[in-house]
Design a protein around this ligand. Structure first.
Ligand SMILES: NC(=O)c1ccc[n+]([C@@H]2O[C@H](COP(=O)([O-])OP(=O)(O)OC[C@H]3O[C@@H](n4cnc5c(N)ncnc54)[C@H](OP(=O)(O)O)[C@@H]3O)[C@@H](O)[C@H]2O)c1
Length: 408
C-alpha cells in the first residue's frame, strides 16, 4: 500500500495542484459526463456553447465527439505533461470562459444575467491565463537532462545498429558518456567517433557476443571501473519460421541474447545504482510479447519475458531511486526485419528508432512499460477481451502474411 501511495504522490508532484484539479476534471468529463451527454441526454434539450455561439439539438449533438476528444486528450496531456498541451489548453479554457458569460445572459432576465455571467467568467479566465503562463511546465527541454537525473555513464547493448544506436545518440546529446556493446566493432567505433564529434562525451567500445554464456559477464567486467548510471538492455534478435524447422543452437542463442543477457547485466550493474540511490534500467521488449506469435514462437516468448522482467523490477525498485521501464515497440525501421527473415510489406507501418527512444524517455520514471506509439498501444491492448484461442489464431494469420512461404 505504501508503494501505491508514494507512486500516486510522485505523479501528483509532477504538476501544480490546480493543474491536478484540471486533470481530474478533464478525466471526469471524458469518462462520466461526456458519455452521458452524448448517449443519454435527449437530443431535443441538448445545447452547447462554442466560442460564444449557442448550438441546439442535432447541431449540439454533432459537436459532442469533439468535446469528448478535447477532455480525453486534456486528461492524457496533463497526465503526461505533453508539450502539445500548450497553447491549446489555454485557448480552450478561454472559450469556456466566453461560454460562461453567454449562458446566464441567455437564461436570466435583465442585468442579473450579465453580472452572473461576468462573475462566472473570472475563474475560467484565470485558468486560461494560468495555462497560458504555464508554457514552461509543458516544455520537455526545461526538464533535467538525463545526465543530471541519473549520472554520467550509460551502457547500451546492441549499439551497432537500429534502436541501440539511437539510444546512444540521445544519451550523448544529453551529455551522457556511452559504453557501446555489440559484435561489429567497426560499427561501434564509427558511432563512438560520431558521439565524440557531435557531443564531446567519452565513449568505450566493448566487442562482445551476448548470445554466449560468458558474453554478458565479460561486458560487466569490462565496465567495472565505471559508474554505469543507465543500462539499456537492447540487443536482441528474432528468427521467423516454424519452430520445428529451426536450428536448436540458434534458438538457444536467441534465448541467451534476449533473456539471459539482460538478466545477467542487470544483476551485475543494478546493485551499485541502488547503493547510489539513482540510476535507470531500460529493457527493450516488444508488442510481440503481448500475445503468442505463431511462426515467431520463441521470439514472442522472449519478449514476454523481457516485458514482465522489467515491469516486476519497476515495482521492486519503486523506492530505490532507480527507474525501470520495459519498452513495447511494434515494427521499427532497423536491420531487425532482414536479420529475422521477415517480409513485413505494408503490414509493417514502421516507427522510427528515434521515436521509440523518445517515447522511452518520456515515460521512464513514471510507468513500468510503454507501447511506443498509440498504434502500438492498440496493438498491445486490442486483444485483452478476446479468448486466448482466438488471439493466438488471429496472431497466426497476421504472422503467416509476414513469413516467407518456405518458412511457414
Ligand atoms: N525492429 C523492430 O521491429 C523491433 C520491434 C520490437 C522490438 N524490437 C527489439 O528492439 C531491440 C533492438 O532491435 P533493432 O530493431 O534495433 O534491431 P537491429 O537493427 O537488428 O539491431 C540489433 C542489435 O543487436 C546486436 N546484436 C545482435 N546479436 C547480438 C549478439 N549476439 N551479441 C551482441 N549484440 C548483438 C546487433 O549488433 P551486432 O550485429 O553488431 O552484434 C545490433 O546492434 C531488440 O531487442 C528487438 O527485439 C525491435
Amino acid at each position: 500500500m505504501e508503494r501505491i501511495k508514494s507512486w500516486i504522490a510522485d505523479r501528483l508532484d509532477e504538476r501544480p495542484w490546480w493543474m491536478n484539479l484540471l486533470m481530474a476534471f478533464s478525466a471526469f468529463m471524458a469518462v462520466v459526463y461526456m458519455p452521458w451527454d452524448m448517449f443519454v441526454k435527449p437530443m431535443a434539450v441538448d445545447e452547447e456553447v462554442w466560442f460564444g455561439f449557442i448550438l441546439h439539438g442535432p447541431w449540439a449533438k454533432a459537436t459532442e465527439p469533439l468535446h469528448w476528444a478535447i477532455y480525453a486528450l486534456g486528461a492524457y496531456g496533463f497526465w503526461r505533461m505533453s508539450p502539445w498541451m500548450w497553447p491549446w489548453a489555454a485557448v480552450y479554457a478561454l472559450q469556456v470562459a466566453i461560454g460562461m458569460v453567454v449562458w446566464p445572459i441567455v437564461y436570466l432576465e435583465g442585468g442579473t444575467g450579465l453580472v452572473l455571467g461576468l462573475a462566472a467568467t473570472v475563474p475560467f479566465g484565470a485558468i486560461a491565463l494560468a495555462l497560458w503562463n504555464a508554457g514552461d511546465l509543458f516544455d520537455a527541454d526545461n526538464r533535467p537532462s538525463l545526465r543530471d537525473r541519473y549520472g554520467s555513464w550509460a551502457l547500451v547493448t546492441g549499439a551497432s545498429a537500429g534502436i541501440g544506436a539511437e539510444f546512444a545518440r540521445r544519451l550523448a546529446a544529453d551529455g551522457v558518456s556511452c559504453v557501446l556493446v555489440a559484435r561489429r566493432r567497426e560499427k561501434l567505433e564509427e558511432l563512438a567517433a560520431e558521439l565524440v564529434r557531435h557531443h564531446g562525451v567519452e565513449t568505450r567500445v566493448v566487442e562482445a557476443d551476448l548470445s554466449t554464456t560468458t558474453g554478458p559477464e565479460l561486458v560487466a567486467d569490462a565496465v567495472s571501473d565505471l559508474e554505469i548510471a543507465i543500462l539499456v538492455n537492447n540487443a536482441g534478435v528474432g528468427y521467423v519460421g516454424r519452430f520445428d524447422g529451426q536450428d536448436t543452437g540458434r534458438l538457444r542463442e536467441m534465448v541467451q541474447l534476449n533473456c539471459t543477457a539482460p538478466v545477467v547485466l542487470t544483476s551485475r550493474l543494478l546493485p551499485a545504482m541502488v547503493e547510489r540511490r539513482r540510476g535507470a534500467v531500460i529493457v527493450v521488449a516488444s508488442v510481440a510479447g503481448r500475445q503468442p506469435l505463431p511462426l515467431h514462437a520463441v521470439y514472442s516468448a522472449t519478449k514476454a519475458f523481457d516485458l514482465l522482467f522489467g515491469e516486476a523490477l519497476w515495482v521492486e525498485l519503486g523506492e530505490s531511486g532507480v527507474d525501470v521501464i520495459s519498452l513495447q515497440p511494434g515494427p521499427v525501421a532497423t536491420e531487425f526485419e532482414a536479420v529475422a527473415g521477415e517480409q513485413r510489406g505494408d503490414a509493417g507501418i514502421e516507427q522510427s528508432a528515434e521515436a521509440v527512444v523518445q517515447s522511452c524517455f518520456e515515460s521512464l520514471g513514471r510507468q513500468p512499460s510503454v507501447p511506443t506509439s498509440w498504434v502500438n498501444w492498440v496493438r498491445a491492448n486490442a486483444n485483452r477481451a478476446v479468448p486466448r484461442s482466438v488471439m493466438a489464431l488471429l496472431a497466426g494469420l497476421a504472422m503467416e502474411a509476414q513469413t516467407p512461404e518456405d518458412k511457414r
